[in-house]
Every structure is written in structure tokens, then in C-alpha cells.
Design a protein around this ligand. Structure first.
Ligand code: NAI
Length: 354
């Protein structure tokens, strides 16, 4: 195994390198589908321990006796937990997701813990889910489904709009944002985008126009968020942003919950500035998502309020949840871990750097 393979100093990296006959990996927060797809991709010299609890202060001890941990979006790897992992001799974290906002990168670096992620796994899965939200909110298929099952075939309240020729704003034109934009172009939408690193060659070919954020907010009839959650993008959509938007705008968030200030979104829904809200992610989702809580009393008043609006649709972080994406996630995760176990350098694109 390459201990501290996240180090940029090759000499130090070499000094810490050794290969492992068997690499034991503790996989936190696993569900049946994680076990299925990771087991299908697994190979020598990896041995997986599938743990149901998420990584957190009370569960970090479960990593003892392992060489690496495998985490998902709501596992917590803050400074204290990373220090504990390092004390247990764990210097490799394989994220079976793209985003890494749940990891304290400076503490990881200080403790020579290398982080690997899955930089791209079927961006179509998430982009298509964003469209599932758009179509459901627009044509209200979720309401129609319930009505017709009750024998109610009335159309009152189901009025939608043609998506063709609407102006769709894409915030973040990375892997997912570009696929999303291309799907929107396929539906005949005018697509505008913003990104601090514009991909102008792609935009010219795809017929997408880059704008400043303020212009995008003011022009778009549908806005979809596809940028990562960072200190700079936290609450990117706040009161000031809503004030710049068109009345009745549709906002779709399949990025990360913290991109939207939930309190401001509730205000914008009440004032009708925000006409539709589709969320696959929620800023307080860590305590809620991925579990059946139907028999519990929901303690989150903001989420409870959001779900009272007829024009809000919440899904529980399922954008990535397709067969193709789960296979790709498992294969990339296994490939990174195998490379580390063999003392090789994993695919550079998977390395998470500060
Ligand atoms: P990516 O890294 O390929 O692209 C992100 C893009 O956002 C980059 O082009 C970057 O320059 C841009 N960006 C950064 N700051 C920005 C800002 N302030 N304004 C506008 N653009 C900005 O990432 P990818 O694969 O496209 O994923 C995007 C996000 O989607 C991830 O960070 C993750 O949070 C989320 N995601 C959600 C999933 C779900 O199941 N709902 C699954 C996978 C990812």
C-alpha cells in the first residue's frame, strides 16, 4: 500500500510505499445496492467489510484493522475523525461519489491521508434526473398519478408549459452540467450557462451561450445547479439571487443542498418569485436521506414546510442511482484501491487535491 499516497513529494511518497498482499477496506454506510455493485467489481488484493453505519465520531472505531475506508456523501470525515483514522493507520480514503465537501482536506493532507473520488460516472444519470424533476414539476405527473388512481380525471391544476424555446440556465458546465445543457438543447431550449472556467469550444458546438451569473439569473425561466459545494458556492442561491430572478422561475438542484439557502427559498416560494423548486439534495440531508423515516416524526421544520408547497418536489439524493452509474462508481473505486494496494499511482483524475 502507498501510505500517504496523496503526498506531492515523490521522495516521501516512495519512502512510504509498500505493496499489500491483502488490502482490507471498511465500507461505511452501505446498503444492499452498494454490496451488490462493489462485490461484482471486487478483485484481488481487496477484501471489503461492509458496514451499515455511517462514518462519524461514534463509528470511526469500526475502521480498526483495515487499511482503507470507503465513504459516501453523508459520511463525516471532519478533522477529528481524520485524525482518528490516521491513528488507526488508515491513509487511504476512497469516496464512492464525486463531491468531497464532507472531507476536511487540510487535515487529510496534514495526516498524509490520500483521498480518491469518482470524478465521472454516468453524468447522464444526474442530468436525466434533473429533467425528471423538471417534467414532473411542469406537467405535474406526480399529482396526475395520484388523481387518476382515485378515479379523478379532472385537468384543473395540471396546466404546464411547453419546454421548447424556454430559456434554461445551467450553473456549472462540468461533466453533468454539459450533459444537462445538451439534453435541454435537444428539447429546443435556449441554453445559457455560467462557470468560472467556461468551456467555450464545447459551448460553441452545443449552441450554449455563457453569461455572468447575474445575467443568467435574470434571463432564465428554468435554472439548474451543477456546480460543487465549496466555500464560494455555499448559499449561492440566496435572497439576493432570488431577487434577481424572473417571477415564477423553476429552480432545480441536483448539485448539493448547501448551494441553496433553504430559508430564502421558502421566502421566495411564499412570495411566488420562485414558481417551482425541484430538489434532489437538501442542506440538512445528512440526518435524513437514504433511510426510511416514514414512521418517525420529522424534526426538520424547513423541510416539512417545503413539502407543503404543491410546487416543490423533493427526491432523496437519487440522481446517481442508475445501474450504469453504480457499476461505474464501483469499478472506479475498486481500480483506485487496487492501484494503491499494489503501490501504483491511481488515475490522477481520481485524486482529490486541496
Ligand atoms: P465537475 O467537477 O465536472 O463540474 C463542476 C463545474 O462547476 C466545473 O466546471 C466548475 O468550474 C464549475 N463551478 C465551480 N464553481 C462554480 C460557480 N461558482 N459557478 C458556476 N460554476 C462553478 O462536477 P460534475 O461531475 O459535473 O458534478 C457537479 C456536482 O453535482 C458535484 O459537485 C456534486 O455536488 C453533484 N452531484 C450530485 C449527484 C446526485 O446524485 N444528485 C451525483 C453526482 C454529483
Amino acid at each position: 500500500m502507498v501510505l500517504g499516497s496523496g503526498l506531492d513529494n515523490p521522495a516521501k511518497q516512495k519512502e512510504l510505499s509498500r505493496t499489500l498482499d491483502l488490502m482490507k477496506v471498511a465500507v461505511f454506510g452501505t446498503k444492499s445496492y452498494d454490496r451488490r455493485f462493489i462485490s461484482a467489481a471486487a478483485c484481488q488484493p481487496l477484501e471489503f467489510t461492509f458496514l451499515e453505519p455511517r462514518l462519524g465520531p461514534d463509528t470511526v472505531a469500526l475502521a480498526e484493522g483495515h487499511d482503507a475506508v470507503c465513504l459516501f456523501v453523508n459520511d463525516r470525515a471532519d478533522g477529528q475523525i481524520l485524525e482518528s483514522l490516521a491513528e488507526l493507520g488508515i491513509h487511504t480514503i476512497a469516496l464512492r461519489c464525486n463531491g468531497f465537501n464532507n472531507i476536511d482536506l487540510s487535515v487529510a493532507e496534514k495526516n498524509e491521508i490520500a483521498i480518491y473520488r469518482v470524478p465521472a460516472y454516468s453524468p447522464h444519470a444526474v442530468a436525466e434526473h434533473a429533467f425528471a424533476l423538471i417534467f414532473s414539476l411542469n406537467r405535474k405527473t406526480h399529482r396526475a398519478y395520484n388523481r387518476t388512481r382515485e378515479g379523478n380525471f379532472e385537468l384543473e391544476g395540471l396546466l404546464g408549459f411547453d419546454l421548447v424555446e424556454r430559456t434554461v440556465g445551467v450553473i456549472g458546465t462540468g461533466e453533468i452540467g454539459r450533459v444537462f445543457a445538451q439534453i435541454a438543447r435537444g428539447f429546443g431550449c435556449k441554453v445559457i450557462a455560467c462557470d468560472p472556467h467556461p468551456n467555450t469550444c464545447w459551448a460553441d458546438e452545443a449552441g450554449v451561450l455563457y453569461r455572468e451569473l447575474e445575467e443568467l439569473l435574470a434571463e432564465s425561466e428554468v435554472i439548474s445547479l451543477h456546480c460543487p459545494l465549496t466555500a464560494a458556492t455555499h448559499h449561492l442561491i440566496n435572497d439576493a439571487a432570488f431577487a434577481q430572478m424572473r417571477d415564477g422561475v423553476m429552480l432545480i438542484n441536483t448539485g448539493r443542498g448547501g448551494l441553496i439557502d433553504t430559508t430564502a427559498a421558502i421566502r421566495a416560494l411564499k412570495s411566488k418569485r420562485l414558481g417551482y423548486l425541484g430538489m434532489d439534495v437538501y442542506e440538512e440531508e445528512a440526518e435524513l436521506f437514504f433511510e426510511d423515516r416514514s414512521l418517525q416524526i420529522l424534526q426538520d421544520d424547513e423541510l416539512a414546510r417545503l413539502m407543503t408547497f404543491p410546487n416543490v418536489l423533493v427526491t432523496g439524493h437519487q440522481g446517481f442511482f442508475t445501474t450504469q452509474a453504480l457499476s461505474a462508481i464501483a469499478e472506479t473505486t475498486v481500480a483506485s484501491l487496487v492501484a494503491v494496494a499494489r503501490g501504483e499511482t491511481p488515475d490522477e483524475r481520481c485524486r482529490v487535491k486541496r
